[in-house]
Design a protein around this ligand. Structure first.
Ligand code: AMP
Length: 571
C-alpha cells in the first residue's frame, strides 16, 4: 500500500487510495491533522504532534516546530542536548504518520507519495526525499502541493473541460498553479510561488503588533517561554478572527498582565505587507499560462491559512468571483497525494486520468558575456530549462571556453529568474578539465534533465573527447549524502519513540501543563491538583479507571481554555 502524505510546515496529514477514492487516516488521537512539532519528553522519548505543540510553550528548549523552513539547509535545531537537522525532525513526523497508517491499515507501509511546495528548490526536494528515507519510507513520488490539490479537485470534475487556479497558502509557503482539465488529462500550465510566505508570517505580524501596542521591552524577545506563549496567543487570536469579530491576546509575565483586543481590520492592517506579496505569484502564473483571470472557471483554495476571511476577500477581489468552497483546504493536498498514490499503484478507477506537471522555476548556468576582445562581463545567468516547461524534460546547450588555451571550465548551476547569478540560488558546481587544442574546438554540451519529482541532473560532455561528467548536486548546497543518511538513520533508530497507546494521556498532560503555566491564583492551584491526581491515576495503569477521568479532565481543560484566554475574560 502506498500512502499519500502532506508534510506541512504547521500540520501534516496522511491519506490512502481505497475503494476508488482517497481517504484520510486519523492519528492515534483520532485527529486528521498532526502538528508538525517534535519534542523530547522528560524521559528522553520522542513526542510528535499535539503533545509536542503544547510543549513548545512549556519546554521550548526541548521542542521544535516550523522546521520545514530549514529543509536542505545546514541549520540545526537543538532539542535538549541533541542537535537535529530539519530532515531528521521531518523524518520523525513521517515515522509517526507511517505508524498511524499502519495501525489503521493493519499492514506494514514502506512507500509514500510526499507533497512539497511547488516552489521548493532542488535541494529542498532532495532533503524531503532524504527525510522519507530516514523514516523508512521509499518516496515513490514528490508531488507539488498545488498539483495535489488540483488532483483532489479534478477527481470531481473529470467529465468537464475546465481551467482553474489553485491558491495554496499553508503555514510557511505560498503556491499558485494554473491548470487545465480536458478529457481526463490534468495539465499544469504554470506554477509560481513564495517559499517564505504563509500563515506563520501572519502570526509574526500579530506578535509585532503586540510588542508595539503594549510597548514591551526588547529584552523579552530573548525569553523563549514568553515568546512561545505570545506566539500561541497570536496564533489563537488569528484563528479566532476567522469566525468572530474580535479576539484577545493575553498573557502574564512575572508580575505584569498584558492584554490586547484586536479586530479583523487591525489584523488586516498589520498584515498588509504580507497581503501585497500574494499578488505577484498569481500574476506571474497567469502570465506564464497565457490566461486572463476571466478565462478561469474556478479558484480552488488549499492550505489552512485560506480559512482567513481576509484572504478569501482578497481572492474574491483579485479574481472578481468567489472561490470554490466545496473542498476542505486543510485536507485537499493530502487527498491529492492519495490520488497520486492510486495512480502510482495503477488503480483501475484512475486508468483514464493523466497528470502532467511543470518545472516552476528556471534552471541554468553562469556565463560571461564578451564586451570586447579583451574584456568580459561575468556573473550572467543563462537559463537552459525555462520555468513552466512541462516535465519530465531534457535540454542540451553548447558552451565554449572564454580564453584560448583555457584548461579548465567551471560550470556553476543556478536556479531562479534573475538576470545575474548573484540574485539566484546556487545549486552546485562542476569542474571540467578541457583537452588541449584550438579553443573553438573545445565546446562542452551541458544537458539538464528534470524529472517528474522536480529533481535535476546535470551532465557535461566534452564534445571533442565525448567524455561525460555528472554533477551530483547533493551535498553541495547543504543536502545530505548517502553516507550522512546511513549515519543519521542509525542515530534516529536509537531514539526512543513515545508509545502510541499512551499518547492520548501524555497529550492531555502536556496541554494541562501548558494551561497551568498560563493561569494564576486559585485557578492555577486547582489545576495543579488535578494534574497531580491524573498523574497518580496514570501510575495505576488501569485503563478502566483512567478513561472516565480522562474525559472529565479534558472537559475541564476545554472550559479553562474557552473562558480565560481567547475571549479575554478575567481569570
Ligand atoms: P497548513 O500548512 O495547510 O496546515 O496550514 C497551516 C496554517 O493555516 C497555519 O498558519 C494556521 O495558523 C492556519 N490556519 C488554520 N486554521 C485557520 C483558521 N481557522 N483561521 C486562520 N488561519 C488558520
Amino acid at each position: 500500500m502506498i500512502i499519500g502524505i502532506d508534510l506541512g510546515t504547521t500540520n501534516s496529514l496522511v491519506a490512502v487510495w481505497q475503494d476508488g477514492q482517497p481517504r484520510l487516516l486519523p492519528n492515534a488521537l483520532g485527529d486528521r491533522l498532526t502538528p508538525s512539532c517534535v519534542s523530547l519528553d522528560d524521559d528522553g522519548s520522542v513526542l510528535v504532534g499535539r503533545a509536542a505543540r503544547d510543549r513548545l510553550q512549556t519546554h521550548p528548549e526541548r521542542t521544535a516546530a516550523v522546521f520545514k523552513r530549514y529543509m536542505g539547509s545546514n541549520k540545526t535545531l537543538r532539542l535538549g542536548r541533541r542537535e537535529f537537522r530539519a530532515e531528521e525532525l521531518s523524518a520523525l513526523v513521517l515515522k509517526s504518520l507511517k505508524a498511524d497508517a499502519e495501525a489503521i491499515l493493519g499492514e506494514p507501509v514502506t512507500e509514500a507519495v510526499i507533497t512539497v511546495p511547488a516552489y521548493f528548490s532542488d535541494t529542498q526536494r532532495k532533503a524531503t526525499r532524504a527525510a522519507g528515507q530516514l523514516a523508512g519510507l521509499r518516496v515513490e513520488r514528490l508531488l507539488n502541493e498545488p498539483t495535489a490539490a488540483a488532483l483532489a479537485y479534478g477527481m470531481h470534475h473529470l467529465d468537464s473541460e475546465t481551467r482553474f487556479l489553485v491558491f495554496d497558502l499553508g503555514g510557511g509557503t505560498f503556491d499558485v498553479s494554473v491548470l487545465e482539465l480536458f478529457e481526463g488529462v490534468m495539465e499544469v500550465r504554470a506554477s509560481a510561488g513564495d517559499n517564505f510566505l504563509g500563515g506563520e508570517d501572519f502570526v509574526t505580524a500579530l506578535v509585532e503588533l503586540f510588542f508595539t501596542r503594549q510597548e514591551l521591552p526588547e529584552r523579552l524577545r530573548k525569553e523563549p517561554v514568553f515568546m512561545q506563549q505570545l506566539r500561541a496567543q497570536a496564533e489563537a487570536a488569528k484563528c479566532a478572527l476567522s469566525s468572530q469579530p474580535t479576539a484577545t491576546m493575553r498573557l502574564w509575565h512575572k508580575d505584569s498582565d498584558y492584554a490586547l483586543q484586536i479586530g479583523e481590520a487591525e489584523l488586516e492592517q498589520a498584515c498588509a505587507p504580507l497581503l501585497a506579496r500574494l499578488r505577484a505569484p498569481v500574476e506571474r502564473a497567469l502570465r506564464d499560462a497565457d490566461l486572463r483571470s476571466s478565462e478561469l472557471s474556478n479558484i480552488v483554495l488549499a492550505g489552512g491559512a485560506t480559512r482567513m476571511p481576509l484572504i478569501r476577500r482578497l481572492v474574491t477581489t483579485m479574481f472578481g468571483r468567489f472561490p470554490a468552497i466545496d473542498l476542505d483546504p486543510d485536507a485537499v493536498v493530502a487527498l491529492g497525494a492519495a490520488v497520486q498514490a492510486g495512480l502510482k499503484a495503477r488503480d483501475r478507477a484512475l486508468s483514464e486520468v493523466v497528470m502532467t506537471d511543470v518545472s516552476p522555476y528556471s534552471l541554468g548556468v553562469e556565463v560571461s558575456r564578451r564586451l570586447s576582445a579583451h574584456d568580459a562581463s561575468h556573473g550572467h545567468f543563462d537559463p537552459i530549462i525555462e520555468r513552466n516547461s512541462p516535465v519530465p524534460l531534457s535540454r542540451v546547450k553548447r558552451y565554449h571556453p572564454m580564453a584560448p588555451g583555457q584548461t579548465e571550465m567551471h560550470l556553476n548551476v543556478f536556479q531562479g529568474e534573475a538576470r545575474l547569478v548573484k540574485d539566484n540560488i546556487h545549486l552546485g558546481e562542476l569542474r571540467l578539465v578541457l583537452p588541449p587544442g584550438p579553443h573553438e574546438e573545445s565546446g562542452v554540451d551541458v544537458r539538464f534533465t528534470y524529472d517528474v519529482d522536480g529533481l535535476l541532473q546535470v551532465e557535461a560532455t566534452i564534445v571533442k573527447t565525448q567524455e561525460t561528467s555528472t554533477l551530483l548536486i547533493q551535498g553541495q548546497a547543504g543536502g545530505l549524502s548517502e553516507e550522512d543518511i546511513a549515519q543519521r538513520l542509525q542515530a534516529l533508530a536509537e531514539l526512543k519513540i513515545h508509545p502510541r497507546e499512551k499518547l492520548e494521556n501524555r497529550t492531555l498532560l502536556a496541554r494541562a501543563e501548558r494551561l497551568y503555566e498560563q493561569l494564576r491564583g486559585d485557578a492555577r492551584e486547582q489545576l495543579g491538583m488535578r494534574i497531580f491526581a491524573f498523574e497518580r491515576l496514570l501510575a495505576t495503569q488501569d485503563d478502566r479507571l483512567i478513561a472516565p477521568q480522562r474525559r472529565g479532565f479534558e472537559q475541564l481543560l476545554d472550559h479553562i481554555e474557552r473562558d480565560s484566554f481567547l475571549n479575554g475574560a478575567p481569570d
